[in-house]
Design a protein around this ligand. Structure first.
Ligand code: PNS
Length: 175
């Protein structure tokens, strides 16, 4: 049986329990899983730097013996091939994810036919969880403690205490 290395790419701003659930499932199916944090996202300025996102992911994926974390820029397929991966793992939560995911998978197949995209579904209790919603709810003081790893909650609290304007903190110099 060949050794199968897979890439699990994403923005992870911030990582959620849904992401972790997919990592857990992927780590059981693949020999090695590389969680790949996109450096330059088209989604606008991320809340956490690439380094912060990679650090959080490294910490929370430590219990899995076959998972590592990397950052990448440019085309996913280039990074995946450079890593010696033969599969790309993506989590799919609802039918609304499907259109975007299938487009990406097909484009990636066109660019690199040897790479196979594999979709996995997170546990039902995380099907509505997204990084975007997490940030929005946290900003409005909603309880997200069951939806993100404790470390991520702590980092969000630190961001707020560090007066990050996006999270409702005071900006130095502002009255
Ligand atoms: O968590 P996200 O934001 O849904 O992840 C999107 C990601 C990182 C998988 C996607 O934006 C990506 O692969 N970007 C790298 C650039 C690239 O390869 N673009 C062509 C994809 S068809």
């Amino acid at each position: 049986m060949p050794f199968v290395r897979a890439i699990y790419p994403g923005t992870f701003d911030p990582p959620t329990n849904g992401h972790l659930d997919v990592v857990s499932r992927g780590s059981k199916v693949f020999d090695h899983l590389v969680v790949a944090v996109l450096h330059n996202t088209s989604k606008g300025a991320p809340l956490f730097t690439t380094k912060e996102r990679a650090e959080m992911l490294t910490e929370v994926t430590k219990p899995f013996g076959n998972v590592t974390v990397a950052t990448f820029d440019g085309l996913l397929v280039d990074f995946a091939l450079q890593q010696g991966a033969t599969a790309v793992l993506r989590g799919i939560r609802a039918i609304s994810d499907y259109e975007y995911e299938i487009q990406m998978a097909m484009m990636n197949r066109k660019l690199a036919p040897s790479l196979e995209t594999v979709f996995m579904m997170p546990a039902e209790k995380y099907t509505y969880v997204s990084s975007r919603l997490i940030k929005g709810v946290y900003q409005l003081n909603g309880d997200i403690s069951e939806l993100v790893p404790p470390l991520v909650l702590q980092r969000l609290q630190e961001k707020r205490a560090g007066r990050t304007p996006e999270l409702g903190g005071e900006v130095p110099g502002e009255v």
